[in-house]
Design a binder for this molecule. Sequence first.
Ligand SMILES: Cc1ncc(COP(=O)(O)O)c(C=O)c1O
Length: 408
Amino acid sequence: MPQLDIDFVRAQFPAFSEPSLHGQAFFENAGGSYTCKPVIDRLTRYYTQRKVQPYAPYEASRLAGEEMDEARMRMAAILGVETDELSFGPSTTQNTYVLAQAFRQWIKPGEAIVVTDQDHEANSGPWRRLAGDGVEVREWKVDPVTGHLDPEKLEELLDEKVRLVCFPHCSNVVGEINPVTEITSIAHAAGAFVCVDGVSYAPHGFPDVGALGPDIYLFSAYKTFGPHQGLMVMRRALGEMLPNQAHHFNADALYKRFTPAGPDHAQVAASAGMADYVDLVCDHHDGPKNGATARSAFVNDLIHEHETRLLQPVLDAVKDRNDLRLLGPSDATRRAPTVALALNREAEPVAAELAEHGIMAGGGDFYALRPLTAMGADLSRGVLRLSFTHYTSQSEIDQLLQALDRVL
Ligand SMILES: Cc1ncc(COP(=O)(O)O)c(C=O)c1O
């Protein structure tokens, strides 16, 4: 297995040659990543050459529509699902909101759903509001010390009343990677559907959702090197059963049923740039020639090896300090490189101090009020979050560790 060619990777991101960002090491990637060049190029081309109503017979419009279709087709192939099982919406928050409306119409009073206290609010609040319609909401709770979600605890919550289980592939503050396939099979065995928030996981490798098994899988392209879109996989059996949320005449198109907002044509089209990027990295490292999921899996292995190698020293530097608490596992192989630290003071001013050392990071609750509360973190202080991706270099990690040493 080759190592990730970090110089090649960084050359695909214009931000790294942008003078105004020079010397600034970016550690708020869980908030939103830099955009890769293929996406920017497609966006620019769309806005300059194709910014017309798509799917009409004239040339510019035909190209616009074809590019939108290409994006859906290629991203669906990477995610291991059928093309019409993938849709684009304004954001993951918007997508879960619409999904919750669909479930509201389908689920019966007295039936139940399971939500976690490890989720970002986007995959929690909209579901919990179903309680207002007589749906029983059961909470799968994290371990208050480790933040871990134990699948055995889920089994205790399941019975014939439960219709849906919602959980994150990885929390945006705990960072631990949850075993989606195991959890999904537990939920399916009890007759419940599964909705996974993949927003914090997908930036570290697009998953083969078809192989993982959930009925719904969501993530946000502005964190996966793409434009500001929410991508949603809705497997056919569930999607055709839930009531249509789009215009009545769009009910037959699975990919339109849960995205009532008119699509952002340019951003949907530019999303094909994320697939271009996977292809570029795969080919540069001599990966497999065929099969979108195999090529993506190859890229994921490169990413994973690089990220874990860079992450472990960061975890080692903070895990035993007595002036802070590392949330989530201290073993890099079990988590994403999204590292939240509960400090003995307010986090945001610390982020501001880090900025003086060229570190771009954030402090706050990151809309993860529930997991932070469950783990006893002080919400008024928030947490300092340091998050990176595969384009982060060793020298940026060194810069971070030195800055942390000074500031903490
Ligand atoms: C884990 C997680 N889920 C969901 C969201 C919401 O995504 P969006 O901004 O696309 O609504 C975020 C955003 O930060 C997130 O980190």
